[in-house]
Design a protein around this ligand. Structure first.
Ligand code: SF4
Length: 333
C-alpha cells in the first residue's frame, strides 16, 4: 500500500562535527522531493476544488438536506448533465419530503422522466413517506437513520450525512474509489466501493468542522474531471507528485467489463412502455404499447416486469396507469 497520510519531510541526521561548526540543531529537514508528496493532500485538493469544482445547484450554500438526498439518488449511475434539469423541476415541485409524500408514487415516476432506473423514483417517494412518518418531515442527520430509509445504501447515507450535515464520514463512490486505488495504492482497480475502501478513506479524512466533507467532495470531483476511468489526465492532475500509480508507471489493471448494450434490450422496452404512460394523463390500453414497441414477446415481458416492480398499475384487463395516479372509480388524482 502506498503512503496514506500527509507526511512531514524526513529528518536527516547531520554529523556532529558539522553541527558544531554550523552551530545548528542535531537534525535538519532535507528539501522535500516529489517522493514526499502525500497521495491525497487535503490542502492541494481543497485548492483544486475551489478552482475547478463545478458550480452545481446541490453544492450551493443553504441547500436543504432533502435536496442533497434527491441529488444523490438521481446521480446514482446517471451523469450530472442529465440529472440537472430533472433535479431542478423535482425540487421546484416537491421542495420538502412532505410535498412528495402527499403526492402519488406514479407522479414521482412521471417526474423522473428519462433518468433511467425508475425504481429509484419509487424508493425516493417511499423515503419521503418514512421521513414524514418517522422523522417529523426532516431528513435525519445520522448514517444509521439514513440507512433505514428506502433506497438509501452505504454510499448515499454517508454522502447525505457529509454533504448536507458536514459529518466526518468516508464518502466513497466509484470516482473516489478509482482515485483512492490509483493515487494511494498504486493500482488501477474498478468496481463498487467496499468497506475496506471506506476504512482507508476514513483514515485520510482531515480534522475540523466540515473539512472531511469538502475533502471527499474534492476527491470525487478529481475522479469525475481528471482521474477518469479511461483517460486519466495525469499531466494536469494536482496530486500527480504523490500519485503511487503514476510513480509505478501506470500499470494496467484488470480488463474493464464491456459497456452494456441498450438498444433492443428488455430495459429499453421497459423505458419505452413507461414513457407511454408518463406522457399520458389518462390510463392507456395495450394498443398504445403495441404501437410503441414492435416485439410482442418482449413487450409482454417488459410490461409484466414493470407491474411486478410497482412501476405500472393494472386497473383492468386492458387499462394501465402509473401507480396511484388514478382514483378507485377511475378518475384522476
Ligand atoms: S496522477 Fe493520474 S492516476 Fe494519479 S490521481 Fe492524478 S489523474 Fe489519477
Amino acid at each position: 500500500m502506498g503512503p496514506t497520510h500527509p507526511r512531514t519531510p524526513t529528518p536527516v541526521t547531520v554529523p556532529s562535527g558539522t553541527q558544531q561548526r554550523a552551530g545548528r540543531e542535531a537534525s535538519v529537514h532535507r528539501k522535500p522531493s516529489a517522493l514526499d508528496a502525500p497521495s491525497l493532500d487535503p490542502a492541494v485538493l481543497a485548492e483544486f476544488f475551489a478552482e475547478r469544482g463545478r458550480d452545481l445547484p446541490w453544492r450551493a450554500p443553504g441547500t436543504s438536506p432533502w435536496a442533497v438526498l434527491v441529488s444523490e439518488v438521481m446521480l446514482q449511475q446517471t451523469p450530472v448533465v442529465r440529472v440537472l434539469p430533472v433535479y431542478l423541476r423535482w425540487l421546484a415541485r416537491w421542495p420538502t419530503p412532505a410535498d412528495l409524500a402527499s403526492d402519488s408514487p406514479g407522479e414521482a415516476v412521471r417526474a423522473w422522466e428519462r433518468l433511467g432506473y425508475p425504481r429509484r423514483a419509487l424508493r425516493l417517494h417511499a423515503a419521503a413517506i418514512t421521513i414524514v412518518t418517522d422523522h417529523h418531515g426532516e431528513v435525519p442527520p445520522l448514517v444509521a437513520d439514513l440507512l433505514a430509509l428506502p433506497g438509501v445504501g452505504e454510499y448515499t447515507a454517508r454522502a447525505v450525512a457529509a454533504f448536507a450535515f458536514g459529518a466526518t464520514e468516508p464518502v466513497v463512490d466509484t470516482n473516489v474509489r478509482r482515485v483512492l486505488s490509483r493515487a494511494v495504492r498504486g493500482v488501477d482497480e474498478h468496481g463498487p466501493a467496499t468497506a475496506a475502501d471506506r476504512a482507508e478513506l476514513a483514515a485520510l479524512l482531515p480534522p475540523g468542522a466540515g473539512a472531511a466533507a469538502r475533502f471527499c467532495a474534492a476527491v470525487m470531483e478529481l475522479g469525475a474531471l481528471v482521474c477518469t476511468a479511461a483517460t486519466p489526465d495525469c499531466q494536469h492532475c494536482p496530486i500527480a507528485d504523490g500519485c503511487a500509480w503514476l510513480r509505478a508507471g501506470r500499470p494496467p489493471g484488470p480488463p474493464r467489463p464491456a459497456a452494456q448494450t441498450w438498444h433492443g434490450t428488455d430495459r429499453q422496452a421497459r423505458g419505452v412502455l413507461l414513457a407511454v404512460l408518463r406522457e399520458s394523463p389518462a390510463p392507456v390500453g395495450t394498443v398504445r404499447f403495441d404501437l410503441a414497441w414492435p416485439s410482442q414477446v418482449q413487450r409482454a415481458r417488459a410490461l409484466a416486469s414493470l407491474i411486478s416492480d410497482g412501476l405500472v398499475q393494472q386497473l383492468a384487463e386492458d387499462r394501465f396507469a402509473l401507480p396511484g395516479t388514478q382514483t378507485a372509480d377511475g378518475g384522476q388524482r
